[in-house]
Design a protein around this ligand. Structure first.
Ligand code: SAM
Length: 341
């Protein structure tokens, strides 16, 4: 016999979730009690499963998708399906992308109507996924923490194919994504996700709601890609990346010093107005201005690249289906240490 954890029931009642979701969540508590027993989490795949239905419901409630039967909803890493079970009832035409064959087999048995793609999320062609669904998709995920920044950078690369990404990350990473200039958390993640999107930290998540429990706090973050800063279409992202990464290697030095090597190797000249500022003080949009000031009159073939980047062909291909550029994603995990992401 399975005993329902009464503290979770009280939590749900307390937070006044809709009756429908309440019943679903109760069924999930039952099923989930079995699931955790038979599905051994793999650390190498970042498997920290959500085991608190109160948080499952809170996370799912942050997603609003108006596509027909949720065909634009994509879950990354469903695992044994804590989020998926609640999602699937609301969005029966959703898709899940999972790398672990055991989870796929399990989901095929327990949730046979679920459309699951067996793939490494880092190799997903988001513009293609969006094109198949006739428009940008909404992503939801309890992300594997060892690849959080890589996954998020792939989304920035394909930002036109994505409406919103609602994801759990380590709390410390969430802080960096939403950080303001002149704070210690401010860095590459802040600049990139505040230029390509509008990020918001929804709420903190304690380790106790996962199985096994991670060592750190987590947070739910919503990254809204629907209104990127218009400046991203007037800069070559390759050079923007180069400037941001170089600048944050010596974030507290004056720009004159932190970009010294780049200025020399690329034959640039730095307008005086930037010279005495420090990278950590610059607002995200100022990095665009700085990149344009540095490269526009330089010898590198800058403006030509910028044109090609800023002109998706609206006639033959809608912008969400344009080529996957793969610029920000190049940042490998070792880079995150090197550049203090
Ligand atoms: N959604 C489930 C939950 O909340 O309990 C599981 C979340 S668990 C933190 C991360 C999930 O992502 C696991 O199911 C894991 O197998 C999957 N995963 C890890 N690396 C992946 C990758 N490269 N591509 C796709 N899925 C991956």
């Amino acid at each position: 016999m399975v005993v329902l954890p009464t503290n979770r029931i009280d939590h749900l009642r307390y937070h006044q979730v809709s009756n429908e979701l309440f019943i679903y969540a109760m069924i999930d508590v039952l099923i989930h009690s079995f699931t955790l027993g038979e599905f051994r989490p793999k650390q190498s795949l970042g498997q920290n499963f959500l085991s608190d239905q109160n948080y499952v419901v809170k996370i799912v409630n942050e997603l609003v998708d108006n596509s027909i039967e949720g065909r634009s909803v994509i879950e990354i890493g469903p695992g044994p399906g804590s989020l998926t079970r609640v999602l699937l009832r609301k969005y029966p035409k959703m898709t899940a992308i999972e790398i672990d064959q055991r989870a796929i087999k399990f989901l095929n048995e327990k949730l046979p109507s679920l459309n699951v793609i067996h793939q490494d999320v880092l190799t997903v062609d988001w513009p293609n996924i969006a094109a198949e669904r006739d428009g940008p998709v909404n992503i939801i995920a309890n992300l594997p923490y060892h690849i959080v920044s890589q996954v998020l950078f792939t989304l920035a690369d394909s930002h036109k194919a994505i409406n919103k990404a609602i994801v759990t990350t380590q709390y410390e990473v969430a802080e960096r994504i939403v950080a303001k200039p002149s704070t210690k958390e401010y860095g590459i993640l802040s600049v990139v996700f505040q230029l390509y999107a509008t990020p918001k930290m929804n709420f903190k998540i304690p380790p106790t709601v996962f199985y096994p429990q991670p060592k750190v706090d987590s947070a739910l973050v919503t990254i809204d890609f629907t209104k990127p800063h218009p400046g991203i279409y007037s800069v070559d992202p390759l050079y923007l990346k180069k400037v941001i990464h170089t600048a944050f290697r010596q974030r507290r030095k004056m720009i004159r010093a932190s970009l010294k090597e780049l200025i020399a190797t690329d034959g640039l000249s730095l307008p005086e107005k930037w010279a005495q500022l420090r990278p950590e003080q610059l607002h995200p949009a100022q990095f665009i201005e700085l990149t344009n000031d540095l490269y526009q009159n330089s010898k590198v073939n800058y403006s030509k690249r910028m044109e090609s980047v800023s002109s998706p062909d609206p006639v033959t291909r809608p912008s969400y289906a344009s080529e996957k550029p793969n610029i920000w994603r190049e940042t490998k995990q070792k880079d995150s240490k090197q550049y203090e992401l």
